[in-house]
Design a protein around this ligand. Structure first.
Ligand code: GAL
Ligand code: ZN
Length: 688
C-alpha cells in the first residue's frame, strides 16, 4: 500500500521529467522522404518518446552478420535532433526468413503436433538454440552500435512474450522440459509422487519417457500440465534474460523493459517483473464494449502491482480502431483521451500508442495510427495533438504513487491450475471472476492492487481472495495472519483447494482456512449455464437476488450467515458468511451473487475494513488518487454532475472547479489538494 504522495517521486526514466507521450515508430515501412515530416508532426503533437525497431530484424540484418543499419542511424539522429527519446528494441520479436530457412527447427509446434509456418510473426520456439543464439547476437550488435546513442533512453526486449506462441511442444522443447523437471524434482520418484503417477498407470521410470502434455486420448495429467505451464513461462523468460544480460554488458545503465499484455495467463508477471527495470503494458479494450474502461483499469492496476506500485509505461494502445477483431469499432470521441488519462491515474508515466503512422501495407494497415491515412485533417490527429498538451499539464503527477488500501490476491500458478480441464465446472474463468469483483470496487472508487499470496499484506485493510484454487502453506498462513492482525478478508468459493502440486487438501474445503472462516465446505455444486438460485439475506438485492455459476455446500462451524440459498435442495443453507478471527473478520462467498448483491457485500467488506467506499459516483465515472491528485474520469457518453465537496484546482484546465461540477462526455478532472503555480518548465530532451 502506498500513502498519498508517500516517498520521493520515482521516475520511470531518469531522463524524462513528465508524462512521456508517443508511439511505436516504424520508419522502415516508409520512404526516407517521409521521415522529416514525421519528426515535424511528432514535435507538433508533443511526442517525446518513441519505440523503434520492434519488428525490424529483416531490415537490420538481412543476412547473418553485420547490421545494415544506416537507416536506423539516420532515424535516431533525426529523433535526437528533435529532442525525442527512443525506447530502442533489440528487434528480436520476429525472426527473418533467412534464419528460418537455415534452421526450420525454430518454427514452433502446437499442442496437436503441427509445426506453424513462417509468414506471420513471432514464429519461434523459445527453446530453439538457433533462435537464442541469433537473438543474442542481434541484441549484442544493437547494444554495441546504439547503446550510447544520445537518443536512446531505454531498451525494449522482444514483444508481448507469449502472445501468439505461449508454449512450444516440439522435440527441442520436450528436451528442455525434461531438464527443467530434473532440476525441480531431482529423481524420477519425486516426480511420480508429485504428479500422482499411480493414477491411470503413469509412473515414469526414465526422464526420457516424459513428453510435453500434447493432445492425448482424454484429459492429460493436470500436474503435468501445471508444470508445463511453469516451464513455458520460465522458458520465455530465459529468452528475455539472455538478451538482458547482453544489454547489461554492452549498454550498462539503460533501463530495460518488455511489454506485458495485462491479464494474460501465460506469463508469471511477478516472476518476470523482477528482471525488469520498468514494467510496461499494451492495452486494447474493445471500444464496442460499454465496460472497456473496467477491463483496462484492471490491467493497469495489475501492471502497477507487479512492480510493487512503482510507476510504469503504457507501451501500446490504439489511438482509435484495431484490425484484429472480427469487427473493429473506432474509439468514440474522447475515448482515447479518457483511457489515456485512466492509465496516468493508475500509475503510468507514459502514454504510448501503436503506432505512429497508420500503415499502408501489411496485416495492420487498418489498425489506427496517431497519424491516420486521412492525414492531419482528421479527428484522430486533432485528438492526438490535444492529448499531447493535456499530458504536458500533468507533468506534476509523474513519479508519484497511487493510493491503495485493498488487495486482490493473484498467483499465476493458481491461475494455471484453476483453469485446467476435468474440474467441477469449465465455466469458472479467473479474469471473469476478477472482473465481477473488480467492478463494484471501481464503482466505489476503491483502487486495488493485485498481490501475490505470499507478499506482505500488512499495508492493506481489505484483502480479497478470488478463487485462489492453489495456495502454498506460506500463502495460506499469510492470509490467516492478516485477518488475525485486524484485517478484513473476503474469500470466494474454490479457494484453498490444492497445494502447489495440485494435490487436494483433505478434510473439507478450504482446508487451510476452515478455522479462519468458521466453516467447512463439504461438497462443490456448480450451476449449469443459465441457472441461478434465489438468495435471501440482509445484503440481498431487493429484486431478483440470485447466485450464479457455483454453490458450495457449507457446514457452519462458528461463522454467521449473511446470505442463504432460497430454493433448490440447498434452500435455507448458507451462501455467504462472516466470521471473526483474532482482531479481524473473514467473509466467505459460496456462490457468485448477482451484481447488486455482490456490490452490497463488497460495500460491507469495505465498511468492516475501514476502506472508504464512495456511493456517489455515477456508474461509469472512476475516482483514483495518485500522489496529491484526485483523478475523476467519466467513461460516459453523456454529461454527469458531480459533487466535489469544495472548490479544487483542476490541473487539466488550470481553473478552480466545484463544489458542483459537470463532467462533459468522457471528460476528466485532475484535482490538486493545494492550488498550484502554473508552469513547471519544459522537460529535458536528448538534444540537451
Ligand atoms: C500488439 C502488438 C503490436 C501491434 C498491436 C496491434 O499486440 O504488440 O505490435 O500488432 O498489437 O493492436
Ligand atoms: Zn519448441
Amino acid at each position: 500500500m502506498s500513502a498519498p504522495g508517500a516517498g520521493p517521486p520515482r521516475r520511470i526514466l531518469p531522463v524524462l521529467d513528465g508524462i512521456a507521450y508517443g508511439s511505436d515508430y516504424n520508419p522502415e515501412q516508409w520512404p526516407e522522404s517521409t521521415w522529416a515530416q514525421d519528426i515535424e508532426l511528432m514535435t507538433a503533437a508533443g511526442v517525446n518518446l518513441v519505440t523503434v525497431g520492434v519488428f525490424s530484424w529483416s531490415r537490420l540484418q538481412p543476412a547473418p552478420g553485420e547490421l545494415t543499419a544506416g537507416w536506423l542511424d539516420k532515424v535516431l539522429d533525426l529523433l535526437a535532433g528533435a529532442g525525442i527519446w527512443v525506447d530502442l528494441a533489440t528487434a528480436t520479436a520476429s525472426p527473418p526468413p533467412w534464419l528460418v530457412a537455415a534452421h526450420p527447427e525454430i518454427l514452433p509446434v502446437t499442442v496437436d503436433g503441427n509445426r506453424l509456418a513462417f509468414g506471420a510473426r513471432q514464429s519461434y520456439c523459445p527453446s530453439a538454440p538457433a533462435f537464442r543464439t541469433a537473438a543474442a547476437d542481434l541484441a549484442e550488435r544493437m547494444a554495441r552500435r546504439y547503446g550510447s546513442h544520445p537518443a536512446v533512453a531505454m531498451w525494449h526486449i522482444g514483444n508481448e512474450y507469449g502472445c501468439h506462441v505461449p508454449a512450444c511442444y516440439c522435440e527441442r522443447s520436450a528436451a528442455a522440459f525434461r531438464d527443467w523437471l530434473r532440476a525441480r524434482y531431482g529423481e524420477i520418484g519425486a516426480l511420480n509422487d508429485a504428479w500422482g503417477g499411480a493414477v491411470w498407470s503413469q509412473d515414469y521410470t526414465d526422464w526420457e519417457q516424459i513428453e510435453p502434455p500434447r493432445t492425448a486420448p482424454t484429459f492429460a495429467n493436470p500436474a503435468h500440465q501445471l508444470d508445463f505451464a511453469r516451464f513455458s513461462s520460465d522458458e520465455l523468460l530465459a529468452c528475455y534474460r539472455a538478451e538482458r544480460a547482453v544489454l547489461t554488458e554492452h549498454s550498462p545503465g539503460k533501463p530495460v523493459t518488455t511489454n506485458f499484455i495485462g491479464m494474460f495467463r501465460s506469463l508469471d508477471q511477478f516472476k518476470w517483473s523482477a528482471e525488469m527495470d520498468v514494467v510496461s503494458v499494451d492495452s486494447y479494450p474493445d471500444p464496442a464494449d460499454a465496460e472497456a474502461h473496467v477491463a483496462s483499469a484492471m490491467a493497469y492496476d495489475l501492471t502497477r502491482s507487479v512492480k510493487t506500485g512503482r510507476p510504469w509505461l503504457l507501451m501500446e494502445q490504439a489511438p482509435s480502431a484495431v484490425n484484429w477483431r472480427s469487427v473493429n469499432v473506432p474509439k468514440a470521441p474522447g475515448q482515447y483521451r479518457a483511457l489515456s488519462l485512466q492509465a496516468v491515474a493508475r500509475g503510468s508515466d507514459a502514454v504510448l500508442s501503436f503506432q505512429w503512422r497508420a500503415a499502408a501495407t501489411g496485416a495492420e494497415k487498418f489498425h489506427s495510427g496517431m497519424l491516420p491515412h486521412a492525414g492531419t485533417d482528421s479527428r484522430v490527429w486533432r485528438d492526438v495533438v490535444s492529448l499531447g498538451s493535456d499530458l504536458r499539464r500533468l507533468a506534476p503527477v509523474a513519479g508519484s504513487l497511487v493510493h491503495t488500501e485493498a488487495a486482490l490476491l493473484l498467483d499465476w500458478e493458481s491461475w494455471w491450475a484453476l483453469e485446467l480441464d476435468s474440474h467441477p465446472t469449465s465455466r469458472l474463468r479467473l479474469t471473469d471472476l476478477l472482473g465481477e469483483i473488480y467492478r463494484p470496487l471501481l464503482q466505489a472508487g476503491v483502487t486495488a492492487d493485485f498481490v501475490h499470496p505470499e507478499s506482505d499484506l500488512s499495508g492493506y485493510r481489505l484483502v480479497v481472495v478470488p478463487a485462489l484454487y492453489l495456495v502454498s502453506d506460506a500463502g495460506a498462513g499469510n492470509v490467516a495472519r492478516f485477518v488475525a492482525d485486524g484485517g478484513t478478508a473476503l474469500v470466494t468459493f474454490f479457494s484453498g483447494i490444492v497445494d502447489p502440486r495440485d494435490r487436494v487438501r483433505l478434510g473439507g474445503y478450504p482446508a487451510p482456512w476452515r478455522d479462519l472462516l468458521g466453516l467447512r465446505v463439504e461438497e462443490l455444486a456448480p450451476l449449469p449455464e443459465g441457472e441461478a438460485i434465489r438468495l435471501e439475506g440482509l445484503d440481498a438485492a431487493p429484486e431478483q437476488a440470485a447466485g450464479r455459476l457455483w454453490q458450495d455446500v457449507i457446514d457452519l462451524r462458528g461463522a454467521s450467515v449473511l446470505l442463504t440459498f432460497a430454493e433448490g435442495y440447498l434452500a435455507g443453507e448458507a451462501a455467504a458468511t462472516r466470521h471473526a478471527h483474532g482482531r479481524g473478520e473473514a467473509m466467505y462467498l459460496g456462490t457468485l451473487p448477482d451484481r447488486v448483491t455482490l456490490s452490497r457485500l463488497i460495500g460491507r467488506a469495505c465498511r468492516q475494513a475501514g476502506v472508504e467506499a464512495r456511493t456517489d459516483l455515477p456508474p461509469g465515472v472512476e475516482a483514483v488518487r495518485r500522489g496529491e491528485f484526485l483523478f475523476l474520469i467519466s467513461h460516459l457518453d453523456r454529461p454527469v454532475e458531480i459533487d466535489l465537496g469544495a472548490k479544487h484546482h483542476d490541473l487539466l484546465t488550470w481553473t478552480m472547479v466545484g463544489p458542483q461540477a459537470v463532467l462533459a462526455p468522457r471528460d476528466a478532472l485532475v484535482l490538486a489538494r493545494e492550488p498550484r503555480e502554473a508552469g513547471s518548465g519544459p522537460p529535458p530532451s536528448p538534444s540537451g
